[in-house]
Design a protein. Structure first.
Length: 179
């Protein structure tokens, strides 16, 4: 999927609240998935595909024999993809401040959050918004975050999908990939 552009705050509105709110914005398909899982796998429609209608983002989960587990995994992937693939424009005339919930996670000693934290992908999305606004220049993003360039790169490297998206963006903007 190509990176999309959003109005300011739109991504946060989609991600706010409980899973059932986000699920309500989706078209849900269940189907029978092939692969391991024994005879039950071929008899139940346990695989889940979510189409987030406002953003056109599509995710699937089919690794479990439980439709309930697959739906939970698909929702988690949907939240991740909305954060990583959809950019919110940062106006150059406005002061750069992290969203209130994310501010405590950023300090001069680095970004203190791991990929399993519920705020990781919203923070990752905001950092990618900054990277887009600064035309892929990580050093400028680090200054805006109040961290070092190495700490910013470490954060980008902390999750494979985030790293991939940052390098895809840099390539599109004419920069070599980060190492």
């Amino acid at each position: 999927m190509e990176t999309g552009s959003l109005k300011s705050g739109q991504r946060d509105l989609w991600l706010a609240g409980e899973d059932k709110v986000l699920l309500g914005q989706c078209e849900v398909d269940t189907y029978r998935a092939s692969g391991p899982g024994g005879q039950k796998r071929n008899k139940t429609s346990s695989a889940v595909r979510l189409r987030h209608l406002p953003s056109s983002t599509i995710v699937i989960a089919e690794e479990s024999r439980s439709q309930h587990e697959n739906k939970a995994k698909a929702l988690k992937r949907l939240r991740r993809d909305i954060c990583l693939l959809l950019r919110e424009e940062i106006m150059p005339t406005e002061p750069i401040r992290p969203p209130t919930a994310l501010a405590p996670l950023i300090s001069p000693t680095g970004i203190s959050i791991g990929p399993r934290h519920e705020l990781f992908f919203p923070l990752a999305g905001w950092v990618l918004d900054l990277l887009e606004a600064r035309e892929g220049r990580v050093a400028e993003v680090a200054v805006l975050l109040g961290t070092s360039t190495a700490q910013t790169v470490d954060f980008l490297q902390s999750e494979p999908n985030l790293w991939k998206e940052a390098n895809r963006m840099r390539k599109r903007l004419g920069h070599p990939p980060l190492r």
